[in-house]
Design a protein around this ligand. Structure first.
Ligand code: OOB
Length: 554
């Protein structure tokens, strides 16, 4: 078993097997099953390119051989940073079949994040696209390879420059084909089994260090299968991946993989802008998609001025941060489709409103757990369960919720209870009907419209600036994003630091753009609580009051 992975205790594992949550499947094996079942149906489209299930399967198969010949071995960690391009799924499946472990980075990540991830996992390879949305990932790869000597291979979708083109790995291998079954697939068993780690998702994080979420074949297979069922996907489903498929929501909730499970078709969008997405909805007859709240609100405005026909859209999933009830109530009238609220996390637990729930329940709650085997507890600050309906921190465990972050022993000690419940850091109310209402957080993470920024990480980066003596990062309310980021800094005497200076500095440090502070406020000293900790509540109130002032309106 992978060192640094915390498995479920055998007693629970056995229950999950017996009750049918965990089946004898691997992620790579699922693709084989789907290719056999859905053959020549179109599985995925990206721009003008399309792949049938069979083509996807054989591309993944050829890549598995190519990656192996390049020297990628079972157990190797491979950072995959691909936007929604056609190569994403073949690369993902090929690595899983090889027993190498994809580490799914987001397209928005930069040198700071990729460097940290690569170092933490001791990744030997990195997969990128040449360029996307005006950003050249090959420059990023140059920086990362300089910084992390262990990174041996960089593979590129598109024009590879000095790196390895993915196309060069896409070559038939006579030996493997000869040993394979009639479809040309190898008959040799995959090196990694159903209960092994298949890949890593990135956590939104609570500290300065990145946290990796190990997902096993069988847990994720259940995640995508059960999600596909709850969302009632079938062969007619056309799923628009508008959010990055590297994120759990668009990958397996039910996302791209849940759609393939049902025999539907995945349409990969370059971005989630209404102009692009609406055109794709009309052209491809998209029936469902998933968005974060700011995008859902933007789409509801855009229908007023765009005249694409989006009438095929039946289901809009919204999650990642809280969707205000007023916005939720407008979805049907505005976009002409059903809303589903999703309260989920890369760590596992997913809550969905059900398609036949009454509209008010859908508008005012964040759904109920996906699985009958999900265990949820809401506790007060002392860890005692609160009465039904009262607010407290959500703790959870279940058949697809991690038991520990990868290689994070000390952190796991606080992030999990002794009996293996994950402390979500989310403040919720649990209603008598089992539905969850998201209320807030205990963790120091800013949720900017679904994008998670750990306060500590940004504070550490600000503290690296020579003029900064002290720094504290807090959220402030925003009508579109729910929250935005305010950095309070104490600068050395005689030194100045403008918002623009800070942003330039953070960008030069290679920080992802979504983590940049929206406001910077200077203070002579940070306020402290009676026990001497930075008083973040006071800072949050201070920025909210400043914003309520007449001169800062808008
Ligand atoms: C999704 O996953 P992550 O890992 O990026 O973020 C998880 C955190 C949750 O702990 C919670 O704080 C917040 O995001 N969150 C929500 C929410 N959905 C997620 N807060 C309020 N309302 C919601 N509906 O964000 C994610 C993963 C899978 C599916 C959907 C979202």
């Amino acid at each position: 078993m992978l060192a640094g992975f915390v498995p479920w205790p055998e007693e629970l594992a056995q229950k999950y097997r017996e009750e049918g949550y965990w089946r004898d499947v691997t992620i790579g094996g699922l693709l084989t099953v789907w290719a056999d079942a859905y053959g020549d149906r179109v599985a995925v489209t990206a721009g003008d390119h399309r792949l049938t299930y069979r083509e996807l399967d054989s591309w993944a198969h050829r890549l598995t051989g190519g990656l192996r010949r390049l020297g990628i071995a079972p157990g190797d960690k491979v950072v995959v940073q691909l936007p929604n391009v056609l190569e994403f799924l073949p690369v993902f499946f090929a690595l899983c079949r090889l027993g190498a472990l994809p580490v799914l980075a987001l397209p928005a990540h930069r040198e700071h994040e990729i460097g940290a991830l690569t170092a933490l996992t001791e990744a030997t390879a990195y997969v990128i696209v040449d360029q996307d949305l005006g950003f050249d990932y090959r420059n990023l790869a140059r920086q990362v390879t300089q910084r992390v000597p262990g990174l041996k291979h960089v593979m590129v979708a598109g024009d590879a420059a000095e790196f390895v083109p993915l196309a060069a790995l896409d070559t038939p291998d006579g030996h493997e084909t000869a040993a394979g079954d009639t479809a040309g697939r190898p008959t040799a068993p995959e090196p990694s089994g159903p209960e092994d780690v298949a890949f890593f998702l990135l956590s939104g994080g609570t500290t300065g260090q990145p946290k990796l979420i190990p997902r096993t074949h069988t847990d994720y297979a259940y995640n995508l299968r059960a999600s596909s069922e709850v969302c009632e996907l079938d062969r007619r489903t056309v799923y628009l991946a508008a959010l990055p498929v590297a994120h759990n929501f668009a990958l397996g909730c039910p996302g791209a993989l849940g759609t393939l499970h049902a025999g539907g078709r995945v349409v990969l969008a370059r971005d989630a802008s209404p102009d692009h997405a609406f055109a794709l909805i009309e052209e491809e007859g998209v029936t469902m998609t998933a968005l974060v709240p700011p995008l859902a609100m933007l789409w509801m405005q855009a229908v007023e001025w765009l005249d694409d026909d989006i009438s095929t859209l039946r289901l809009l999933q919204v999650g990642g941060s809280k969707l205000p009830a007023e916005a939720a109530r407008r979805v049907r009238g505005s976009l002409g489709c059903q809303l589903q609220q999703v309260f989920g996390m890369g760590e596992g637990l997913l809550n969905y409103t059900r398609l036949d729930d009454p509209d008010e329940l859908i508008a005012t709650t964040q759904g109920r757990p996906l699985s009958p085997a999900d265990e949820l507890k809401v506790v007060d600050e002392d860890g005692r369960e609160v009465p039904v309906g009262a607010t407290g921190q959500l703790l959870t465990r279940g058949p697809y919720t991690l038991r520990g972050y990868y290689l994070a022993g000390d952190h796991n000690f606080t992030a999990f209870t002794a009996d293996g419940h994950y402390r979500t850091g989310d403040l919720v109310r649990l209603l008598p009907n089992g539905y969850v209402v998201a209320v807030g957080r205990t963790k120091e993470v800013i949720n900017k419209g679904g994008e998670k920024v750990a306060a500590e990480e940004l504070e550490n980066e600000l503290l690296a600036h020579p003029a900064v003596h002290d720094a504290a990062v807090v959220p402030f309310p925003d009508p579109a994003f729910g929250e935005r980021i305010c950095a309070f800094v104490v600068v050395a005497p005689g030194r100045g630091l403008s918002h623009a200076d800070a942003v330039d500095f953070l960008v030069s440090r290679g920080l992802a753009t979504y983590k940049l502070p929206d406001r910077l406020e200077r203070l002579d000293a940070l306020p402290l609580t009676t026990v001497g900790k930075v008083d973040k509540r006071q800072l949050t109130e201070r920025v909210s009051t400043m914003l309520a002032g007449p001169e800062t309106a808008g």
